[in-house]
Design a binder for this molecule. Structure first.
Ligand code: NA7
Length: 544
């Protein structure tokens, strides 16, 4: 019997980032009483939390933005090609206001547990404030990159200065001027914050474990004429975006030619042009850069030569030259003056491969060869990605089985959207979906629309529960791994395959078949009456 002492909702959404906000909008449109719980004190998800200096998107505004509302598209103007965090946060707030989302979003409220209560066939969701609500549907919109990876550095607690993880940067300004700052990590976050902090700090020490490939963003203010022209045919651009492999519409992707079919001069000219044209052109200069190691090596070597060209001190350049993985197998970094920063007098690069961090002391960071005295330590050390935030919710499905127990050997989902044993739980941007391998907005809108159509279908047909079958899930997990094996992705230790977190299992979890193929698979599943799912009606004797 349904509980009478707890508020009963149709749906609970966890997270008020891009996915959670749009999910709320769609569920309201189909008439569901929905509440969103958000741990932060504002909306915007990743752009609420990642407010470190230099934080900006590596997606161009034309496609890194919601497409569901033509009015929103027309009325909002982005100031730069790659908008920075404050503007993205303003956009998130604008969306929340424009679609009157706030009345159903409860901020500063972390969900600390969610149980599927079998006799009631409902989710009971608990918050950090002791509140419990029940819901028919639970949507986890917690983000693929939101559970911070704080490294287990000996002595970190003893440090007397300030220490911030890039994804937990405070709202209040952090005083960096005149201070000695150490940045640990040189992934996208490190590559973005190092140049910005170096401009302010008295001295910056960059602690690099793995040299990463980075390419210039060539960020520029938005040209009003370009904006007018683009917006005049926005619908067509969006259509092409939806049909693309990574949710981005390019006119300049070369999907026909191999990098190995052309002469060295021709290839270099293509790469030179692409280097100046923007980050996405480069990886798409030839069709086989992500799948053929020899083809990839031509581009890897081109970018290495750029590092040597930009960085004046040859010894520093050699430390920055990436050698451990093919380009694009770690998420390609997009920067504004990253390599140039190492030409500054107030910047020191420390190669942790040759001298690892031994401990953090009261005064700074000590490696095998030196102690670096610091006022501030910035941990740009990334995330327990794809699964971390989902597992931290404390989800328990049938037989009170915890999701983290079920996923101990790696995440198991069907379509990335559902997991067997957890009825009416929908996961957005989760493992097994293409999510992080392209334009997140495109991935989010496709999944949100699929989920809302699925719930609408259930309501119109009298189905009370939907649950992935174990067979469908097993098949999907194998499919995801097979697709990854056709790429070069597993040649790097990354958050894509969990090898950035000691002991994490599961291999490469995003779906690497491309957005378009994924959309088609999801649409076929829906058209077939939800093949691979079990749909159950409400039992006849149920009084609720
Ligand atoms: P990333 O890309 O996972 O980068 C984390 C960086 O931190 C990377 O250079 C790591 O080195 C380094 N790291 C992690 N742990 C340690 C320890 N213990 N010691 C030294 N260095 C360490 O995270 P980001 O936040 O930069 O970017 C994540 C995504 O957000 C990005 O791909 C975009 O999609 C947006 P490693 O390479 O593991 O040797």
């Amino acid at each position: 019997m349904a509980s009478t002492s707890r508020p009963e909702l149709d749906a609970v959404i966890i997270g008020a980032g891009w996915a959670g906000m749009y999910m709320l909008h769609r569920l309201r449109q189909i008439g569901l009483a929905t509440r969103v719980y958000e741990a932060g004190d504002g909306v915007g998800g990743v752009w609420h939390w990642n407010r470190y200096p230099g934080a900006r998107t590596d997606g161009e505004w034309m496609w890194y933005s919601y497409s569901f509302s033509p009015e929103l598209e027309q009325e909002w103007s982005w100031s730069e090609r790659f908008p920075a965090q404050p503007e993205l946060e303003r956009y998130a707030n604008h969306v929340a206001d424009r679609f009157e989302l706030r009345r159903d979003i409860q901020l500063r409220t972390r969900v600390v547990g969610a149980d599927f209560v079998e006799p009631e066939r409902r989710w009971h969701v608990r918050t950090e404030h002791g509140e419990v609500v029940t819901a028919s549907y639970l949507v986890a919109a917690v983000g693929a990159l939101s559970a911070a990876n704080v490294p287990d550095l000996k002595g970190l607690d003893a440090f007397r200065g300030a220490c911030y993880h890039t994804s937990r940067w405070p709202r209040e300004p952090v005083e960096l001027a005149g201070r000695r700052v150490g940045v640990v990590g040189t992934g996208s976050s490190g590559v973005q914050c190092i140049p910005a902090i170096a401009r302010e700090a008295a001295h910056l020490v960059a602690f690099q474990r793995t040299a990463n490939f980075s390419v210039p963003a060539w960020n520029v203010p938005t040209d009003p004429a370009f904006e007018r022209e683009y917006k005049a045919s926005y619908a067509e651009h969006r259509r092409l975006q939806r049909e693309s492999t990574i949710g981005v519409h390019w006119s300049h992707a070369n999907l026909e030619q191999s990098a190995l079919e052309v002469t060295t001069d021709e290839r270099t000219a293509t790469y030179e042009h692409a280097w100046r044209n923007g980050p996405f052109t480069l990886m798409n200069s030839y069709k086989d850069l992500s799948s053929d190691l020899r083809a990839n090596e031509t581009l890897s070597e081109f970018v290495r030569s750029k590092v040597r060209e930009i960085v004046r001190d040859p010894a520093v350049a050699e430390v920055l030259v990436p050698t451990t993985h093919p380009i694009g197998t770690k998420r390609l970094c997009i920067d504004t003056g990253y390599y140039e920063t190492f030409n500054r007098d107030n910047v020191t690069l420390v190669d942790l491969k040759s001298t690892p961090i031994e401990e953090v002391t009261e005064r700074g960071v000590r490696t095998g060869t030196a102690e670096y005295e610091l006022d501030v330590i910035v941990l740009a050390t990334g995330f327990d990605a794809m699964t971390g935030a989902l597992e931290r919710i404390g989800l328990r499905g049938r037989s009170a089985r915890s999701l983290s127990v079920k996923w101990a050997e790696g995440p198991r989902t069907y379509l990335g959207l559902a997991t067997a044993g957890y009825p009416n739980l929908f996961i957005l941007m989760g493992p097994g979906s293409p999510s992080v391998l392209g334009n997140n907005f495109e991935a989010i809108e496709q999944q949100v629309e699929w989920v809302s159509a699925c719930i609408a279908f259930m309501r119109s047909t009298g189905a009370e529960l939907i649950e992935a079958t174990v067979d469908a899930e097993d098949g999907w997990v194998d499919h995801v791994h097979e697709l990854a094996d056709r790429t070069l992705f597993n040649l790097a230790d990354t958050w894509f395959n969990g090898r950035n977190i000691p002991g994490k299992k599961g291999g490469f979890t995003p779906y690497a078949g491309g957005y378009r193929a994924y959309r088609e698979e999801c649409d076929e599943v829906a058209a077939s009456g939800y093949r691979g799912f079990t749909l159950s009606p409400r039992p006849r004797d149920d009084p609720s």
